[in-house]
Design a protein around this ligand. Structure first.
Ligand code: GCU
Length: 598
């Protein structure tokens, strides 16, 4: 009971703290791509506003006549020094950095404007963003709709009563400035792509509609499907149909608009070898949503991970959401598919989508392709653990990640952090996130990428207070790169004293594609290949309990931390594939080793 009170108090404090920085949000509409949508993607007028002239007056107070007023400002009293009509355009979705060389390293506010036509719709309309990085303020026809903090999760606003028949003006302020009290903080090893980076949609639903739902196997069973549906109306009948399983069930929503039902069926469980998905229709008197949903069980037993009750080895790779060839934030299904295809060719049955939730299409593609997924929030490195509003921000991103993808069968692991320094405040912060994740979704495993905490220079280990809160002991290690040279790999011992599955969530080293030399020379393909050869032998011969790995990283990716001329040139070079899609020697070494793990 005490735990429950603590959790409830934590959530209440959080909601209050976060309400101060994210306002006007409405509960996420589940599965927007299965609904009646009007896309607002396209070329939006924009201009940079580094001094926030369009938001603050000279006393640094928010001005009532900001750029979000567009043409309405009284030209006599408030002369205007901006004009969206005369401003250039940027493609939405898309990061601004790779669309305009003048904006490549720009960190600050950009104002976007989209004028669109809207025809009256009987029912409600939500303005939905797939993601915008990082601090987003939204205005419709000159009035503030709301704001959102966080660069990698969807958010939406009920705009039913704010839309005009005919022409509407949508203005969005996106500020990607890094900050020490943000999530992630101002220090992270990936490129700070700014902008409206995913789809913008008008989602048109009936007045009474199905807001969200969860369809999954009931914990501990492999033939009982459990459904929870939330609608906006109490006492209404809802129906779930899965024709291929001859399931057609109804239930009635309670006073909170929630209906629950169970249905027993002999089904084909989803697996990497057979990524079976079923057509599911959820309907109420006025609404109907279609989805493709698979069913699996995921559990642990000692050092083993069990998928559908059978031991599975996670043949993984870590992936950033950055397109190949163009090296920009991924915004299309094709770009995400390219990376996942490479992972399949590597022999993967699992991908670690680092360090933040990737776009919904990629997660759906992964489940169609038979790839298990580790999905993570960007609680990365030195978060400000003591701050309630920072916790609220992280919790909101965790909630939005789970809310969006709770029906994605491929996701087996929710990750709440990456490489966070040990400490009491960090343990409090992360254990609260862990409790929240379990309360929201107990059908998946919980983990985080820990750091090593060795017993001695030669006896390597992982010892972390968070071990009791996670199902999988995952950790990053860079033997042969940040930690000694390749020869060190051959002489270390491991002692990890947890009776839980161990996953090496990161390992690897850098190499410039086409740079050849002796295997003891940093940055050559030969050095990286030698590192992988030794590392994989170490795992086979001198580690116990390893249930999987996701080496760092599939593809060289942009990072402003990587400054070595003629080698890095602004890229992290630990990829098994270059940013131009060229495979390094280590790609084939890992591919061959994965053959032995099938
Ligand atoms: C860390 C971190 C990664 C980073 C990598 C590296 O483990 O988790 O985000 O890119 O090391 O240094 O290449």
């Amino acid at each position: 009971m005490k735990k429950f009170i603590f959790l409830a108090a934590a959530i209440l404090t959080t909601c209050f703290a976060f309400a101060q920085t994210t306002s006007g949000l409405d509960p996420l509409v589940q599965n927007v791509y299965g609904r009646n949508i009007q896309k607002l993607n396209g070329y939006w007028n924009h201009f940079a506003d580094p001094l926030e002239t369009g938001y603050y007056d000279y006393r640094r107070q928010p001005t009532p006549n900001g750029f979000f007023k567009d043409h309405e400002v009284d030209l006599v009293k408030n002369y205007k020094e901006y004009d969206f009509d005369l401003s250039p355009t940027l493609a939405v979705p898309g990061d601004w950095n790779t669309q305009d060389d003048n904006l490549f390293l720009y960190e600050g506010t950009i104002w976007f404007r989209r004028v669109f036509d809207y025809q009256p719709h009987e029912g409600k309309v939500f303005l939905w963003f797939g993601a915008a990085n990082y601090d987003t303020k939204v205005y419709l026809n000159g009035e503030k709709v709301g704001e959102h903090i966080g660069g990698y999760t969807p958010f939406n606003f009920d705009v039913t009563d704010r839309l005009a028949n005919g022409e509407n003006t949508l203005i969005v302020k996106v500020d990607n400035k890094r900050a020490v009290d943000a999530v992630p903080t101002n220090n992270f090893d990936w490129f700070n792509y700014g902008g409206i980076t995913r789809d913008v949609l008008l989602v048109k639903v009936p007045k009474d509609f199905i807001q969200t739902y969860k369809v999954s196997l009931k914990q501990g069973t492999s033939d009982v499907i459990e459904v929870a549906i939330k609608t906006t109306k109490a006492g209404e009948t809802v129906k779930v149909e899965i024709p291929e399983l001859k399931i057609s069930r109804t239930a009635t929503t309670d006073e909170n608009g929630i209906a629950r039902l169970e249905a027993r069926a002999k089904m084909t469980l989803w697996s990497p070898e057979n990524p079976k998905l079923y057509d599911v229709t959820l309907a109420s008197a006025h609404d109907s949503v279609k989805d493709r949903i698979g069913f699996k069980t995921i559990a642990t037993n000692g050092h083993d991970i069990l998928l559908n009750g059978k031991k599975v080895f996670l043949r993984g790779i870590s992936i950033h959401e950055e397109s190949a060839f163009r090296s920009g934030r991924i915004f299309s299904a094709e770009e995400g598919y390219t990376l996942l295809k490479w992972a399949k060719e590597l022999g993967c049955n699992y991908v670690r989508l680092a360090h933040y939730p990737h776009n919904e299409q990629m997660v759906r593609q992964a489940e169609e392709m038979g790839l298990m997924v580790w999905s993570e929030i960007p609680v990365y490195w030195t978060i400000q653990w003591e701050r309630d509003d920072v916790y609220a921000n992280a919790l909101n991103q965790l909630d939005e990640m789970i809310e969006r993808d709770q029906n994605r069968v491929g996701i087996i692991i929710w990750s709440i952090a990456n490489e966070t320094p040990h400490g009491e405040a960090r343990d409090r912060f992360l254990s609260s996130l862990a409790r929240y994740a379990r309360a929201k979704d107990n059908t998946r495993l919980l983990s985080m990428a820990m750091e090593r905490n060795d017993k001695s220079p030669e006896v390597l280990s992982v010892r972390d207070n968070m071990s009791e809160y996670v199902d999988i002991i995952a950790f990053n290690q860079y033997l042969g790169w940040y930690d000694g040279l390749n020869e060190k790999i051959d002489r270390v011992r491991w002692e990890i004293d947890y009776n839980k599955p161990i996953v090496i969530s990161e390992m690897g080293g850098g190499a410039l594609y086409g740079n050849h030399g002796p295997k003891d020379q940093f940055w050559t393909e030969e050095y990286q290949a030698e590192l992988y050869t030794k590392m994989l032998r170490m795992i086979d011969e001198r580690m116990t309990g390893v249930a999987g790995l996701s080496p760092w990283v599939l593809k060289d990716f942009r990072s402003s931390r990587r400054l070595l001329p003629q080698i890095q040139d602004g890229f992290n070079r630990k990829g098994l594939v270059s940013d131009m899609g060229q495979r390094k020697q280590s790609f084939y070494i890992l591919q061959k080793w994965y053959e032995t793990k099938k």
